[in-house]
Design a protein around this ligand. Structure first.
Ligand SMILES: [Zn+2]
Length: 265
């Protein structure tokens, strides 16, 4: 068939998958609303937005964590080189695969909705925030989920023609979103209470600040996040297929191998 551009055989824990990269015209869907929204990443919630909504952390991660740890222990209980150990390892890999699929579905669904309903989505640039974070397991799990979510945001931003803006989160939780005054608070202070009368949940205040920062940054730098990550979103669902560079590299390597083999024959 003419429309098949590339075929890849992918090995996953639960079997082999054949991926066809096909040449189709992407239907551009239109946005259904022109809202503007800011997102703040927290530990308590997956994110809190500038409209006051808190998106719950996906429970499947915590649920799966126990099962994964159990499966991992099972591997080391089996003797090396034995079939049983191989089976245990497969079981462990499958559990991981399940989580990564659930995570993908979750991020994708959220990102799609956000881009469909908003003409501007602002979020904090986690690379900046990452430096001041201290790490524990829950956080690192959250970071993985958030990175994935961010990529899907960028992917759907192109599809729905939505502006996705990453802003430096510095001071966004301390600043009053209403009057701009700095209201110092520790991590455990969950509410923002300013002398101006502004009274908000801490993360919602930060989300509003993030949105305001994005709106203040006009035109030229706005679209910094749009369209960069589409090629990294390979997975099973993205129509883009694999990253072309790797593809070429593989082809080159295959060709080199082939010519060597020919010479030998
Ligand atoms: Zn204030």
């Amino acid at each position: 068939m003419k429309s098949i551009k590339r075929v890849r055989l992918v090995r996953k824990a639960d079997g082999y998958y054949c991926q066809f990269a096909i040449d189709i015209e992407v239907k551009s869907e239109s946005r259904t609303a022109d809202g503007e929204i800011g997102l703040d990443v927290g530990l308590e919630f997956f994110y809190s937005d500038s409209n006051g909504h808190h998106e719950e952390n996906p429970r499947f991660l915590r649920q799966a964590e126990k099962a994964i740890k159990h499966a991992q222990r099972q591997i080391y209980k089996k003797e090396k080189g034995k079939n049983q150990r191989r089976i245990a390892r497969l079981r462990y890999a499958k559990k991981h695969l399940r989580v990564s699929r659930q995570r993908t579905e979750h991020s994708k669904k959220l990102a799609r909705t956000l881009c469909k309903l908003n003409s501007l989505v602002a979020y904090e640039d986690l690379n900046v925030k990452g430096m001041v974070r201290n790490y524990c397991l829950a956080k690192s799990i959250n970071d993985v989920a958030w990175t994935l979510f961010r990529r899907w945001l960028e992917y759907f931003a192109v599809k729905f023609n939505t502006q996705v803006v990453a802003v430096n989160p510095r001071m966004t939780s301390q600043k009053c979103s209403d009057c701009g005054a700095i209201v110092k608070k520790s991590l455990s202070t969950r509410t923002h209470k300013c002398n101006c009368g502004c009274h908000l949940q801490r993360d919602v205040n930060a989300a509003i600040n993030i949105l305001n920062l994005a709106k203040a940054r006009d035109g030229q730098s706005r679209s910094n996040a749009t369209g960069v990550a589409t090629s990294t979103l390979v997975g099973e669902t993205s129509p883009e297929g694999g990253s072309p560079d790797l593809g070429n590299w593989r082809t080159r390597r295959a060709q080199a191998w082939l010519s060597k083999w020919r010479r030998r024959v």
